[in-house]
Design a protein around this ligand. Structure first.
Ligand SMILES: [Zn+2]
Length: 467
């Protein structure tokens, strides 16, 4: 848990923001109403006054139901433990209707709600208390947010409520958990699973590749007007933060999205690539969906961006990963297991990846695709070594990453650096450092496609024989 001072600061900040927001809404309402000569004044003014009044502690203000288009803020999270069980509390600036369900293997409790912006310290849910081992809140899909609690023991919800405070206008989100038996938890999880399977998972709209790009047998750029499609995959997002730094508030999900956007802009500016992002905002995207986006875009290259963490703070530098049946080393195996947990962290009910599944997955991955992935990885290592940015030992490693499993798309996963190393964090957090990273990635990608074009007479193209 964070120190209480952080919570207070967050809350004050949020309240100030709400105050400003309310004033803007009030003024906008007045102007609109005057312009339109409508009867909108009373309603708008009343709403805005209610919110403004909470700062002064006066009036019969209440948190109001979510208005279309307005932002719901969540802040001041608190965990508590007593004889009855474990409680989680947070504040909201509007009334929402949360819905909870449990998932097993591993044991989790998920609270679904409409889109909420979590104004909370970066590492707030890293540790837990009582029945809650850890937790996270964030966007799960457009319009849908989630709190996901990792449970340390089977638990049941005894209270889930959102109560407005008539004095402050701030609503309190209350979740109380009590221990339950393994059997009843399992039964509850099974009931929830049946319901979830009936629900569609909303996902980000997929940008399609340009018409005619389907002809992948045409070597990229060789007499063709079409350009290679590069899919940039910023890891994690929304409710899944990825890893974080001890040295700053920077989270992996923010870092990789920022670097992804820089890389996209650089590639697009050359007019020699089409770029598709698996996510453009701070939203959760399931691993399978990332692969699906790449395939729908008919990608020529898939680049997944991540940042690493390591117990030894001295370990630094970038590492390039490709898919393999057996991991190149224990680190790679552990890392793949960690990155593959993204869906679990976000509260998706996914079967754990087994060796058997990995085998099938590798069989499906064509040898040519693997060769091309290795080519990209080698180019990346060469580029990184020029600037002494590669990890010291084995900068190219391999393991069973779910997100690299598109069998016809050369795919690499890049750990840009270590969030546990001060120099790496400084580099990855600074504008200059990010620019250098994006440049390196751009040079690698350009070098790879240039080489592909140079060998266009006898191109090694993934999936050529299959289509
Ligand atoms: Zn990651």
């Amino acid at each position: 848990m964070q120190q209480p001072s952080s919570h207070v600061l967050t809350g004050v900040h949020a309240e100030r923001q709400r105050g400003v927001l309310a004033l803007v809404v009030l003024l906008a309402g007045l102007i609109l109403a005057v312009l339109a000569g409508s009867a909108a004044i009373p309603a708008r003014a009343q709403g805005a006054t209610d919110t403004v009044a909470q700062g002064a502690g006066g009036g019969a203000a209440t948190a109001r139901p979510v208005q279309p288009g307005s932002q719901v803020l969540a802040f001041n999270p608190e965990l508590g433990v007593d004889n009855q069980g474990t409680s989680f509390r947070m504040r909201l600036n509007a009334l929402i209707q949360p819905r909870a369900f449990v998932l097993s293997e591993p044991d989790r409790l998920v609270v679904e709600m409409p889109e909420v912006t979590f104004r909370m310290p970066a590492r707030v849910g890293a540790t837990g208390k009582g029945l809650i081992a850890g937790w996270r809140g964030g966007l799960f899909a457009p319009g849908r947010s989630r709190l996901v609690f990792d449970l340390s023991a089977p638990a049941q919800v005894v209270r889930l409520s959102v109560t407005p405070d008539p004095t402050t206008g701030v609503a309190t989100f209350d979740l109380e958990l009590a221990p339950t038996s393994r059997e009843s938890f399992r039964a509850e999880a099974a009931r929830a699973k049946a319901k979830i399977e009936a629900l569609p998972v909303a996902t980000a709209p997929v940008e399609r590749g340009p018409a005619g790009k389907g002809d992948r047998e045409m070597p990229a750029g060789a007499g063709s007007e079409t350009v290679p499609v590069v899919v940039i995959d910023p890891g994690h997002g929304g409710v899944d933060f990825g890893t974080w730094s001890r040295f700053s508030e920077m989270q992996e999900k923010e870092l990789v999205l920022a670097v992804g956007h820089l890389l996209r802009d650089r590639l697009v500016a050359t007019k020699r690539f089409k770029v598709v992002m698996t996510r453009n905002t701070d939203v959760f995207v399931p691993l399978e969906e990332r692969v699906r986006i790449a395939r729908a875009a008919k990608a020529d290259l898939f680049v997944s961006l991540h940042a690493d963490a390591e117990e030894t703070p001295g370990v630094h530098g970038a590492t390039i990963y490709t898919l393999s049946e057996s991991a190149s080393d224990q680190r790679a195996a552990d890392l793949a297991a960690k990155e593959n947990r993204a869906d679990t962290l976000a509260g998706l009910d996914v079967p754990e990846i087994t060796d058997e599944v990995t085998d099938i997955l590798i069989d499906l991955t064509r040898r040519e695709t693997m060769q091309l992935s290795h080519l990209v990885a080698r180019g990346m290592v060469d580029e990184l070594k020029k600037s002494d940015r590669a990890i010291r030992t084995n900068p190219h490693r391999s393991a069973g990453f779910k997100v690299l499993k598109a069998h016809d798309i050369p795919s690499v996963l890049i750990e840009l650096g270590f969030m546990t190393n001060r120099e790496d964090v400084e580099r990855m957090a600074s504008a200059e450092g990010r620019k250098t990273i994006a440049e390196t990635l751009q040079r690698t990608i350009e070098g790879y496609f240039a080489r592909q074009m140079a060998t266009a007479a006898a191109p090694v193209r993934a999936g050529t024989a299959q289509r």
